[in-house]
Design a protein around this ligand. Structure first.
Ligand SMILES: [Zn+2]
Length: 375
């Protein structure tokens, strides 16, 4: 009863359509989090334990991850003969671990994603050889439509302050070519992985350059400009929407109820819905379906996700599925990927069986549809 109220509550307000639109938005692609099982072991040994499934399993997508994903997406066709499509909210940049080591871990350096893949193809050829080529094929074939998840998936203020005081946890992580098991307890409002979290409101000023550089890097890496943004770790202040708009962002993912930080720990609750416009004309998209198949929450994920999609369609809403890369990656634990991919396969089959009129769209295509930019 309670879950059914929640399922419906997410769909009470918003843009309406009779079409059976299914969007799959998946965060964190392109991000290096945990380098390898060896890195995990070293971090455990040093006393920096796993706190979340991300600390244990989340690593840059491998050739096999992408191959299995593409095969699964292609296992179904929608009413227009189109396979399922992922919208990976992706990072074009990662920590340049070698440059940081050279600087004696005194300053932050980043690199572009193809460079990261080049290095990893040498270090772990069985996982990463050919992976970047596969990424580009996925984009060319329309299976992957990456959009902007920030320049890098970390909070610069936290990283710089930890570097300045030679924080043991951060240095141990960096030496293991990872950014995980690094707890930020300095500020109640900042998570170490949330790039646009802040304490003082003025810290937002700096994000202008990060966003400009990030969106240019995105274009260089993925081959086109992004027009859809989901902040890494969420919780950005709308003051940064202006520069996002100037740089081409038309659509912004946001939670249904957002605790919007105003500075120094003061929060304001904001209610959002898909189709809501901000004062700059950007359109908000609220994900109304959760699919995290490797996260044990005591549910059958395929059934639960189908019920959520059903609730969306009942209210004439598009189904915007929210997921994370960690569900589909197998570099650390291949069985993890098997479990996630199997659930995805079953879910996709169930969707097209139940609604043969399904249309798979990328998140930005949904944005275009809402904005009336496409029919
Ligand atoms: Zn993320």
């Amino acid at each position: 009863m309670k879950t059914s109220i929640i399922l419906n509550a997410k769909n009470l307000v918003g843009w309406r359509t009779k079409r059976k639109i299914v969007v799959i938005s998946v965060d964190d692609y392109g991000n290096v989090r945990l380098d390898s099982q060896k890195a995990r072991d070293e971090l455990d040994k040093a006393g920096y334990p796993v706190r979340t499934r991300f600390d244990a399993l989340d690593s840059l997508e491998t050739s096999e991850d992408l191959e299995m994903l593409y095969e699964t997406l292609c296992s179904v066709k929608d009413k227009n003969g189109r396979p399922a499509v992922f919208t990976p909210f992706a990072l074009p940049c990662n920590i340049n671990f070698e440059e940081m080591e050279k600087s004696g871990y005194s300053e932050y350096h980043y690199e572009l994603l193809p460079e990261t893949y080049e290095k990893l193809a040498v270090k772990y050829p069985s996982s990463y050889r050919g992976a970047w080529k596969l990424w580009k094929e996925g984009i060319d074939n329309g299976l992957m439509v990456p959009q902007f998840h920030g320049r890098e998936h970390l909070n610069l203020k936290i990283v710089e302050e930890k570097l300045a005081r030679k924080d043991e946890a951060l240095l141990t992580s960096l030496k293991n070519r990872s950014f995980t098991s690094v707890a930020a307890d300095e500020y109640s409002t900042i998570s170490e992985t949330a790039a646009f979290d802040f304490w003082e409101f003025e810290e937002n000023d700096r994000f202008t350059d990060v966003i400009k550089e990030g969106l240019n890097a995105f274009e260089e890496v993925f081959g086109y400009r992004s027009d859809h943004f989901n902040p890494p770790g969420g919780r950005e202040h709308p003051v940064i929407h202006t520069v996002l708009k100037e740089c081409g962002i038309k659509y912004i993912d946001t939670p249904l109820i957002k605790d919007e930080h105003q500075g120094r720990g003061k929060f304001k609750k904001v209610f959002n819905y898909t189709g809501k416009k901000n004062n700059l004309g950007q359109i908000y998209i609220v994900r109304n379906v959760v699919f995290e198949p490797i996260h044990d929450r005591g549910v059958n994920w395929v059934d639960y996700t189908m019920r959520q999609i059903e609730a969306a369609f009942r209210w004439n809403r598009p189904a915007v599925i929210s997921s994370h890369r960690v569900n589909f990656c197998g570099h650390i634990v291949p069985k993890n990927r098997e479990k996630g991919i199997e659930a995805l396969y079953e879910l996709l089959q169930a969707i097209v069986k139940k609604w043969p009129e399904t249309e798979f769209l990328s998140a930005n295509e949904l944005g275009d549809t809402i904005a009336g930019r496409t029919s």
